[in-house]
Every structure is written in C-alpha cells, then in structure tokens.
Design a protein. Sequence first.
Lengths: 268, 288
Amino acid sequence: MQLGRAARWVLGGVTAVVLALIYLPLGVVFLNSISTSESLSWPPPGFTLEWWGRALQSEGALHALGTSVLVALVASAIALVLGTLAAMALSRHRFFGKESVNLLIVLPIALPGIVTGIALNNAFRTIVGVQLGVWTLIVAHATFCIVTVYNNAFARLNASGTRLEEASMDLGAGLFTTFRLVTFPRLKSALLAGGLLAFALSFDEIIVTTFTAGPGVTTLPLWILQNMFRPNQAPVVAVIAVILAVVSVVPLAIAQRLTAKDAQAVSR
Amino acid sequence: MTTHRVSAFLAPRRRLRLAGLLTAPVLWLGLVYVVALSALLVTAFWTVDELTGQVQIEWTTENVVEVVTEALYRTVTLRTLGIAALVTVIDVLIAVPVAFFMAKVAGPRLRHLLVIAVLAPLWASYLVKVYSWRALLSSDGIIEWVLSPFGLHTPGYGIIGVVLALSYLWLPYVIMPIYAGFDRVPDRLLEASADLGGRGWRTLTAVVLPMIRPAIIAGSIFAFSLSLGDYITTGIVGGTTQMLGNLVYTNVGAANNLPLAAAISLIPIGIILVYLAAVRRTGALRSL
C-alpha cells in the first residue's frame, strides 16, 4: 500500500507504545516476584529470590497446575473432534438451519461466563443429578472451546476449496482416504492453532470454572484466586504468572510459524 | 475393508454424510448447553422457599417484574452497558492501527514477532493481570508515582479502574481478529487502488475498511460480551462499583436465590442476543 514515510513511522510508533503498555503490568508482576515488598508498593524497596524458591516448592500450586493441564488437554481434545466435525459440515454442505448451528457454536463463548457457569451448575446438579467434579469441569470447558477450533478449521476449509478433494475422489480414493491424505494434511496447522487457543482458553478460565468444579478440584486460576490476597502468597502467585507467560512463548511461536507457512501454501 | 464399504456406501449420500458430521457436535451443544440454558431461563419464573432456601417449582413472574421495575437493576444495567461500550470503543481504536501495522507495514519477520508479542500476555493468568492493575492503581503504585510530580493522582479503584483493566485484558482478543482481517485483504487490491489514483487515506476508507468491517465487529463481540458478564475485575479494581455480573454472583452465592439470579441473567443474555442478531448479516460470527 502506498503509505508515506511519516504514516509508517506514526503507525510503528503507535504499535510500539501499545506493546509497551501491554507489557507494563506484566513487568510490574515480574518485579513483584523479586521484590521484598509483599504489597507491591512502588518503587520496590529491595530484591529477593525467596518467592521463586517458595513457588517452586509450593505443593498446592504444582497440584493445581497438574489439574489445569489435565482439564485443558481433555477439553481441547473433545473440542478438536467436535469443532472439526462441525466445520466440515458447515463448510462443505448447505442445509436448513445452518445459521442456527453456527449461532449454537458461538453462543457458549458469546454469553457471559457467569450465565454459562450458573446454567451448567444448575443443570449438572438438578437435571443430571451428578456431583460436581473434574468431569463436570471438563464438559463445561469443552463446550466453550469448540468455537475456537471450529473457526480456525472453517476458515482453512473455505480457503483451500474442494478441487483437490474432488480430484482425489475422482482418482478412486474413498471418503476416509481422501480425508486422511488430502483434507487433513491441509487442515493440520489450523487445527493446531485452534487447539492451542482452546487449551489457553480452558487453562485460564476462572468464571465457569468457579461454578462447575467440584469441591476437591482446584485448577491453577482457582488456586491463584484463593492465594492472591494472602499477604505471604501474593509474590508467589506473581512467580507462577511470570513462569506461565514465559513458557507460553514456545508453543505460540511454533504454532504461529506453522500456520503462517501453511496458510500461504493453501491459498496459493 | 469395512471402511471401504462404509466409504462406498456414504459417498453418493450427501445427507447421510452431513448427518454423520453434524450429529456429535449438535448433540453435545444441544444436550449440554441448550438444555442447561433453557432450564436456567425457566428457573427465572420459579421461586425460593424463604425458610428452607430451596428452589420451589411455583410459577411466578415476581422475579422478572422485580428486575424490570426496580431502579437498582436499571442503574446497574446502564452502568454495565456504558462500561462495556467504552471498553469496546477503546479497544477497537487501539487495535485498528496496531493490527494494520502488523499486517500491512511490518515485514514478515517482525510480523511473526509482533503476533507472538500480542498473544503471549493472554497466557499470563487473567487474575494476575487484574491483580497487577490493582497494584498499578493503588495509592503507593506506579501510576501515582509517575503522576504525582505533575499534581495529578491515580484514579484509584472505581469505574475508571474497571474500564482501564478490562480494556487491557481484552485488547489481544480484539487485535487478533482485526489483524487476521487486514491479512486477508490482498496486496493486489491496495496496488490497484493506488494505480487508479487512490491515496493512502482514500484506499483505507474506500477499500480496506469495508473489507475488514466483519473482523472489527468480531473483535468487538469479544470485548463487549467479556465485559458485560465480568464480576471478578470489578471486585478487584472496582471499589464499590457493581456490574450485572456482581448482582448475579451475589444472588447465586450469598443470597442463595437462583431464580432471581436467573432473572437478572436475562438482561445480559437479551443484550448479547440483540447484538448478535444485529451483526449476524455482516458475517462477523465467522471471524471470531
């Protein structure tokens, strides 16, 4: 696009300032994790590594981390299957009620978390009559994760068209062979991106979680909520947050690289 | 060999294949979500036994009437709508230039870095980010420290704090769909516009903006609906400010009045459904 040098610099400047603002609170969290002040007063009175040592030995945090990973993995797996099926149905078929199915997929994320939370809580306890536990949590998370997988898969299926699939069928490959050898390889990176988003969404969710986790189930966000306002624990919570943000860069970078490459290849 | 037979059987039968694809997701969403949501809506028309605290199946419009007529709910609804709208506008205004720079100005290497830089904060716990805003806004926090030499003060905990924290939290969710929207605008179109004499501004308003409108709306759905139901951020940086989410939460928890909570939930559900219906035609739901 024909942009003046000045316009480019202004846009670059705005982006730089916004990124700086995005990272300012995260920087404050990092400082809190090594500050001797427990209440996060500014400027920090001194520095210590005590909180890092405590965080790495905190049994509650590690256990909660395990629960969160388990819930996020299973919920994303369910969302991957259901989201892919729905995306294939809606991108490759015309049918009555298509818009409603689309709305149905979007609704669990579009409605406020507290509505989804109390609705599922009520349904689990009174309609189904089960005790809240880790499974009710997984079912709840999978429900609002479907949309992220669906959107990624749907966009990719639409972009890649049906010509190659038709060619494969014309050459005698069956439905499943065509899916395995033609559709899936082109869909793979979109599914990875969608799955990763679903994982992140589930991993960090707190509101629906509050209402659908059983009494003995503590995910990392629940643990953080319980510990955030305790005087000795706040800096430990900060350590956990820093670790999560740093560790997350690796899968993000991989997914970003894969999808960018594939999206280019597919739309060519 | 059986997969071959299934495949040969299904290949000419489109309807059956469609049914095979749709059954599982529609059953899941129907059984888990639609049933739960309908049950909640029905509960709004029931009542709670004052002695035992149990929900009683006794039809009444009392809760809904209370929510519609009492001033408290009107005030809180307007406040919540105002906050959600303000957060949405702030985020879109920030996201459009940033996303444009990422998609159309930055080179491929810088673009990858920027996407990661924008997405990474999503993984640093929501709660911790809100908590860090509590620290930023506090009277011995960094905002006060920066502003006090100029005779200014931190806004402290209140509506401004809530708007700042919510705008901060949802910004990546707004940037990403708008970035994807800009990315889908082919460079050829921009070149064609330039060849036909369109200057930068003209190209932007006549070619680019109409094409990314669905993406902007998709981003706005995130910011708007996530703000509309929030009660945790309000609790941490809002001081005594109450939003609709807080009223629902109090009635489920402390007040133990699920029917009234369900009746209050009708407000955000109604607002979101109207919003979704209004934007459905733009194709924005597919850009979420």
